[in-house]
Design a binder for this molecule. Sequence first.
Ligand code: PAF
Length: 277
Amino acid sequence: MVVVETIDDLKRLRLKLTEPVGFVPTMGYFHQGHLALVRQARAESPSVVVSIFVNPTQFGPEEDFDRYPRDPQRDLALLEKGGVDIVFMPSVDEMYPPQFNSWVEVGKVAERLEGASRPGHFKGVATVVARLFDIVQPDKAYFGQKDAQQLVVIKKMVADLNMNLEIVAVPTVREPDGLAMSSRNTYLNPKERKAATVLYQALSLAQKLWSQGERNTERLRQQMTALIQKQPLADIDYVSIADAETLDELDKVKSPALVSLAVRIGKTRLIDNVVVG
Ligand code: PAF
């Protein structure tokens, strides 16, 4: 495994890789969710590139960029074990030199849900991912279903800009009690960690009601909201039932629908989702 920090070095090594190339963009601090992306890339492609870059432009001014968890040595050891060929770990200056001033904005699908709560977030995500795709030139890139809207935004960007690669969605990896794995789970104290299971409980309730025939999204949202509100540490940002491709909110569940939510547990904002239908 080779670790490189500059775009020039990455491009030089990229020329020597056996095609097709699988790419896993990450912000590091790996959990089983990241490792599932790497495993799938490894199984499907003879060459695997992983990037580790905590992208400042996708964090709002009041968000956790500075305290976002980082452990590059542990990450590199895990990637070495996972059989990765190249790890790209650029500095902020390498990705955003002082004169940098070009941005990718994806429009409607990026403006709702996470986009509404975190203005500018997807502009940062789309820009860094477009830049990484241009640098790495992957044939396939792997993203977790946990960040469902991020997947929708990236697929739309790839389609609109005719980028020549396939986007692969990898199922969410969960803790035994259902909590979706996330680097931000490390912010939770033991009480909050217990309370955080309410997100998956609410999603499971929606799945159960849907499988019993409930199609009215207002009633589904109400039941989910009532369940979450019973948890005193939980503060709802949104509960959404939307078309899985356009992210338009639905009155009646039509398949496939994305049931997603964002909930603050103490000071930590968590997101999760399931697809029904
Ligand atoms: O999902 C993430 O970790 C990040 O949003 C990504 C895709 C690596 C872009 O910084």
